[in-house]
Design a protein around this ligand. Structure first.
Ligand SMILES: [Zn+2]
Ligand SMILES: [Zn+2]
Length: 137
């Protein structure tokens, strides 16, 4: 391994992904490019530690954990996922905020807005959900 910073995660060892219905719980992941941490759990712990000096980031982590906890199976053993569009939008807003704090927010190639995640188009453009829905590509 070289001393160069990992380009995928900026040397942090973890990544923030946007939330979809399919991947509600995996938005804090270890970086597979540099494998700085053993697994997602270790990466999450590192993030919580790093967040200790950044109140806004700590608040984000706490909110995410709470939302995810609410999504765990209840007493009837039926998972009640917070899978409503609202819950997902809320989570993505939080992730966007955290990314802005971390300086890793992504920019839409179409409208220039800072967005929680980008959608890759077949022609190579990376655009936001709004532009995608508007059929820009
Ligand atoms: Zn990395
Ligand atoms: Zn856009």
């Amino acid at each position: 391994m070289s001393n160069r910073k990992c380009e995928a995660c900026g040397g942090r060892g973890w990544l923030l992904s946007a939330v979809t219905k399919d991947a509600l719980r995996s938005q804090i992941q270890r970086c597979d490019a540099c494998e700085l941490y053993e697994n997602d759990q270790a990466a999450l712990e590192a993030l919580v530690k790093a967040a200790g000096s950044q109140p806004a980031l700590l608040q984000f982590v706490e909110t995410v954990s709470r939302l995810l906890h609410e999504g765990e199976p209840g007493e009837d053993n039926q998972p009640h996922e917070p899978s409503s569009e609202d819950a997902i939008a809320t989570l993505n807003q939080l992730i966007l905020k955290a990314r802005q704090l971390l300086g890793t927010a992504e920019k839409c190639g179409e409208c220039g807005e800072t967005v929680p995640y980008l959608i890759g188009c077949p022609d190579g453009a990376e655009i936001c959900q709004d532009c995608f829905d508007a059929g820009e590509h």
